[in-house]
Design a binder for this molecule. Structure first.
Ligand code: HEC
Ligand code: HEC
Ligand code: HEC
Ligand code: HEC
Length: 212
C-alpha cells in the first residue's frame, strides 16, 4: 500500500469509527431498566441509584437547557439540540440504531448516557450466571471501561462543543467521579450471598423475590 493510500484508509476508518457509535456493532441494547433489575439491589451496591445521580443520566435533558439552545443558535442549527444527531450521538445511548439492534423495548433516548454506553450492549451478557463470570461476560460482549479509556473518549473529545482543551480528559480522575462499585465483600460472591439472603427471608416467612 502506498503511503497516501494508507493515510486515506486511516482517515476513512477514523470517520467511520470516530463517533460514539464506534462500539455499537456487537450486541443488542436492552436498556437501563433491565440492568437495574439486579443492579438496584442494596446487596449489589445499587449501581442504578449511583447512575441516577451522575450527570450521564441527565445528558438528554441537558440538550433542552438554555445553554444547549445557545450552542445550537451559534452553530446555526435548524433542529432543536434534543432532536439533532449532532448532539444526541454523545448525549444518548445507541441513538440512531436500527430496530434490530435493540433487544428490549423501549430503549429510551431520554435515559441519556446509560450503562450500555460504557459497559457495552447487554443482550449477550445480561444473564446472572454469565455476569458472575468475568471472562464469560467479556466473551459475551461486556466491555471493560475501567481499562479502556477509548470508551470514554468516544464522547469526551474535542468534537464536544463544550470541550475544554486545557482541561482535557483525565481518565483516572473522571473514573473516580463516577465510581459505583460492587461492595468489596460482595464482589465475586453475589449469587452465593443472594442465596443466603433468600434463605433467611424464607425462614422469616417472607417472599422469595428473585430474578433470572
Ligand atoms: C439478572 C441479574 C443481572 C442483570 C439483568 C444484569 N447484571 Fe450485571 N451482574 C449481575 C451479577 C450477579 C454480577 C456479579 C456480581 C459479583 O458476584 O461480583 C454482575 C456483575 C456486573 C459487572 C461487573 C463485572 C465484573 O466482573 O467486573 C458489570 C460491569 C455489570 N454487571 C453490568 C451490567 C449491565 C451494564 C447490565 C445491563 C446490560 C447488567 N449488568 C445486567 C447480575 C445482573
Ligand atoms: C456516550 C457518550 C459518553 C461516554 C461513552 C462517556 N461519557 Fe462522560 N459524559 C458524557 C456527557 C454528554 C456528559 C455531560 C452530561 C451532562 O452534563 O448533561 C458527561 C459527563 C461526564 C462527567 C461529569 C463531569 C463533567 O465534566 O461534566 C464525568 C466525570 C464523566 N462524564 C466521566 C466519564 C468516564 C470516566 C467515561 C468512560 C468510562 C465516560 N464519561 C464515558 C458523555 C459520555
Ligand atoms: C463528541 C461528543 C459530544 C457531542 C457531539 C456533543 N456533546 Fe455536549 N457534551 C459532551 C461531553 C463529554 C460533555 C461533558 C462536558 C465536556 O467535556 O464538554 C458535554 C456537555 C454538554 C453541556 C453541558 C456543559 C456544562 O456546562 O456542563 C451542554 C449544554 C452540551 N453538552 C450541549 C451540546 C449540544 C447542544 C450539542 C450539539 C450541538 C452537543 N452538546 C454535542 C459531549 C458531546
Ligand atoms: C460513563 C460510563 C459508565 C456508565 C454510564 C455506567 N458505568 Fe458501570 N462502570 C464504569 C467504570 C469506568 C467502572 C469501573 C470499572 C473498573 O474499575 O474496572 C464501572 C464499574 C461497574 C461495575 C463493577 C463494579 C466493581 O466493583 O467491579 C458494575 C456492576 C457496573 N459498573 C454497573 C453499571 C450499571 C448497572 C450501570 C447503569 C445503571 C452503569 N454501570 C453505568 C463506567 C460506567
Amino acid at each position: 500500500m502506498s503511503k497516501t493510500l494508507a493515510w486515506l484508509t486511516l482517515l476513512a476508518l477514523g470517520l467511520v469509527f470516530g463517533g460514539a457509535q464506534a462500539f455499537a456493532a456487537e450486541g443488542k441494547y436492552t436498556g437501563v431498566k433491565d440492568c437495574g433489575r439486579c443492579h438496584k439491589k442494596e446487596l449489589m451496591g445499587d449501581q442504578l441509584g449511583a447512575w441516577k445521580k451522575m450527570d450521564h443520566s441527565k445528558a438528554f435533558d441537558t440538550l433542552k437547557s438554555d445553554e444547549a439552545k445557545k450552542i445550537a443558535e451559534e452553530r446555526g442549527m435548524s433542529e432543536a439540540p434534543h432532536e439533532s444527531d449532532d448532539c444526541l450521538r454523545c448525549h444518548a445511548t445507541a441513538f440512531g440504531l436500527e430496530p434490530d439492534q435493540i433487544h428490549k423495548k423501549p430503549l429510551k433516548i431520554s435515559d441519556g448516557v446509560q450503562c450500555e454506553s460504557c459497559h457495552g450492549a447487554g443482550s449477550g451478557y445480561r444473564k446472572k450466571k454469565v455476569m458472575s463470570d468475568r471472562d464469560k461476560a467479556i466473551a459475551a460482549g461486556m466491555w471493560e471501561p475501567g481499562k479502556d479509556e477509548k470508551i470514554c473518549t468516544a464522547c469526551h473529545n474535542s468534537d464536544s462543543p463544550t470541550w475544554d482543551e486545557a482541561k482535557g480528559f483525565d481518565y483516572e480522575k473522571m473514573k473516580e467521579e463516577i465510581a459505583h462499585p460492587i461492595p468489596e465483600h460482595v464482589k465475586g460472591k453475589y449469587l452465593e450471598l443472594e442465596k443466603e439472603e433468600r434463605a433467611k427471608r424464607k425462614a422469616a416467612g417472607g417472599s422469595a423475590d428473585d430474578d433470572e
